[in-house]
Design a protein around this ligand. Structure first.
Ligand SMILES: Nc1nc2c(ncn2[C@@H]2O[C@H](COP(=O)(O)OP(=O)(O)OP(=O)(O)O)[C@@H](O)[C@H]2O)c(=O)[nH]1
Ligand SMILES: [Mg+2]
Length: 328
């Protein structure tokens, strides 16, 4: 294990925009060692007043749709207009699959070279809740380090996109140039979560199909209920590979940002996200409190056996264990 610094050294380094210190601080945040927990909290407390000043953008889509390629293209565009960009990932599957979502860093080999970009592959081997917590906190650290745009990649096949939606200001769904969301294997409900649907790979042989897919999504969204932000969901096409349509996507994001700041939704949404996150932390902590409780752990196998054999009802068993925890 690398040596730890003092909390002030981390805080000063982050606020000075030092990427090495930022990276090491995220490692502390991700650590599950008991002695790192306090340090992590001290760092977070120190940087909190300097966080929040970024545009948080979630990018989702089925595997292979081009999320990483798109993020690199958008990241290059943004650094090109002198914006500091951080890239994070929520990838709960990474412990099972080979490497993390951004593990294949060669895919972002251009962006990695930029002095004003920061790329952090997701932590592996954690539960979805754990990954979500780390990513949220890593995002705050990046903001304190002066990153103006945070791009969060997540595969749109599970629960992770809901978590990312809950921590971002703008949610972008990447789609393939094939008409229809069923055809694309896009999960029901995910299109409704999007602030923009971007049909990627609109190049070469796919260009025409991409235009069709844009029309199909536009029609489908036309019928969908209006977005609570009071803005229209935009559908557009791009080619991440050929760097086409990237600036247009950024214009859509900026319009959304302008409109939602003006109509108050931006602030409202962030406030609601904070409250939701508090409840999520309560749930996580209660869960830990219960399953780490000595008495519960002692009794649990016994009770499980009884429930399994049908000698005790699950509801009764749960109540007995919970009563024990709360000493009722
Ligand atoms: N033709 C074309 N190919 C693209 C485009 N964007 C990405 N690809 C290709 O699609 C493949 C998958 O791209 P990735 O960026 O790794 O996709 P991803 O969504 O990040 O994939 P996962 O992280 O595995 O979910 C790669 O071979 C890319 O080169 C594009 O705009 N046009
Ligand atoms: Mg990827």
């Amino acid at each position: 294990m690398r040596e730890r610094l003092s909390s002030d050294t981390y805080i000063d380094g982050i606020l000075a925009g030092d990427r090495v210190v930022l990276s090491r601080a995220i490692t502390v945040i991700e650590s599950r060692l008991a002695e790192d927990k306090q340090l992590a909290q001290a760092i977070l407390n120190g940087i909190l007043p300097h966080s929040g000043n970024s545009l948080r953008i979630g990018i989702t889509g089925i595997p292979g749709v081009g999320k990483s390629t798109f993020i690199e293209a958008l990241g290059m565009y943004l650094t090109g207009i002198n914006k500091k960009v951080a890239v994070l990932a929520v990838d709960p599957t990474s412990s099972k699959s080979a490497g993390s979502i951004l593990g294949d860093k060669t895919r972002m080999e251009e962006l990695v070279k930029s002095p004003i970009a920061f790329i952090r592959p997701s932590a592996t081997g954690l539960s979805l809740g754990g990954v979500a917590r780390n990513t949220r906190e890593a995002m705050l650290l990046c903001e304190a380090a002066g990153y103006e745009v945070i791009l969060i990649e997540t595969v749109g096949v599970g629960q992770s996109e809901i978590i990312v939606k809950g921590m971002t200001d703008f949610f972008l769904l990447l789609a393939l140039p094939r008409a229809g969301d069923e055809l694309q294997g896009i999960k029901k409900g995910i299109v409704e979560m999007a602030n923009a649907v971007v049909v990627n790979k609109a190049d070469g042989l796919f260009a025409e199909e991409a235009a069709q897919a844009v029309a199909t999504f536009q029609n489908a969204l036309h019928l969908a209920p209006g977005d609570p932000s009071g803005t229209l969901v935009q559908v557009l096409a791009c080619s991440a590979l050929e760097n086409k349509g990237i600036r247009e996507v950024w214009e859509v994001v900026q319009d959304y940002f302008k409109n939602t700041v003006a109509n108050g939704f931006f602030t409202q949404n962030r406030a609601a996200q904070q409250v939701d996150w508090m409840h999520e932390l309560i749930r996580q902590n209660l869960n830990d409190l219960f399953y780490q409780n000595k008495e519960v752990r002692k009794l649990l196998p016994n009770v499980e056996a009884k429930v399994g054999e049908g000698k005790m009802l699950p509801a009764e068993a749960a109540q007995i264990l919970l009563n024990m925890l709360f000493k009722i």
